[in-house]
Design a protein. Structure first.
Length: 323
């Protein structure tokens, strides 16, 4: 029987969750969802790429902020039931700007977060990524695919940091018997994305709203699969309570070309923007689509939010941020 979504109020009463990267796009939504279910949340962030505005509203709830870099030893007072490691630059703009910090978050940060989980006898959940598959030679990508990654290319700092993090997490599970979960997150969008983070959806929305040309890298035929953030959070909550240490893809299997998503955003914003093309970045994946058979089978999960509905919410969020 697949685990329930965890939507029951007070399901987490009496339990404490530590989330690294709590002020990030996904980390802040995850904090909201956990607080809604009665968990106490300790958020850790050094605000390298996180946004204080994402967590300002949490200060009135059972939320405590620890401002520090996860590359340093992590100490949290009192009992801890869950450690969720989300700290890392996650957009190409960020990890190309902060390559060393990205590697440290994946290596030292993962080691420190695992050490906290082991010391507290807590369950550890790793935010991994579809980038572990690199520019895939297998499509769609199942969890059994080992990937096609250039370790010394410009994207390698993120790809290999997450691959190392998965290996370290699995080693702690096998060697120390630590309860671990690994979620491989595919392209996700929604409110609280930074408008300047360089990813396709916020980039296109900002350009469309400001009447600028929409910049597509390459011919626009490369594909992505976009999952709305509330669907992703639901999948993560289900995985927390699932009995598996194997990686699980969480993402939307509906595949669109970059040109299609750009055209959709122009239409929904009523913009007169045109589309222009720039050279494709090095090692940019040509295709990206999750095989979610494992999520459907183990978690009873699949995305529910239609692209138009999610884009509408995201466009309104960006519109407010630009005022």
């Amino acid at each position: 029987m697949p685990p329930e979504s965890g939507a029951t109020p007070n399901a987490g009463a009496g339990q404490t969750v530590v989330i690294t990267g709590a002020a990030g796009f996904i980390g802040s939504h995850l904090s909201d969802a956990l607080l809604d279910r009665g968990y106490a949340v300790v958020g850790i962030d050094n605000f390298l790429t996180g946004d204080r505005q994402n967590i300002e509203h949490l200060q009135r709830r059972d939320f405590r902020l620890v401002e520090q870099d996860v590359a340093r030893h992590i100490e949290v007072e009192g009992p801890v039931d869950w450690v969720l490691h989300w700290a890392s630059p996650a957009s190409p703009t960020d990890y190309l700007t902060f390559p060393i910090q990205t590697l440290k978050a994946g290596a030292l940060g993962t080691h420190n977060a695992l050490g906290l989980a082991r010391a507290k006898d807590a369950t550890f959940v790793l935010a991994s990524t579809s980038e572990v598959y690199g520019d895939p030679a297998e499509h769609p990508q199942p969890e059994t695919y080992w990937g096609h990654v250039n370790p010394i290319g410009p994207r390698g700092v993120y790809d290999e940091a997450k691959r190392f993090a998965e290996a370290m997490t699995t080693a702690y599970h096998r060697h120390h018997g630590l309860r671990t979960r690994i979620v491989r997150i595919f392209n996700t969008y929604g409110p609280r994305m930074r408008v300047d983070d360089g990813r396709a959806v916020p980039n296109f929305i900002v350009q469309a709203l400001q009447g600028q040309d929409l910049t597509i890298y390459g011919d626009g035929g490369q594909t992505r699969s976009f999952c709305y953030v509330s669907d992703l959070v639901d999948g993560i909550m289900r995985l927390m309570h699932a009995d598996t240490a194997e990686p699980v893809n969480i993402g939307n299997p509906d595949e669109l070309s970059i040109s299609q998503i750009a055209a959709r955003i122009i239409e929904m914003t009523g913009s007169r923007s045109r589309i222009i093309h720039e050279p494709l970045p090095v090692d940019d994946p040509k295709v990206r689509r999750p095989d979610i058979t494992r999520a459907r089978t183990l978690l009873g999960w699949e995305p529910r939010v239609a692209l138009e509905d999610g884009l509408r919410e995201t466009i309104e969020y960006v519109r407010r941020k630009l005022r």
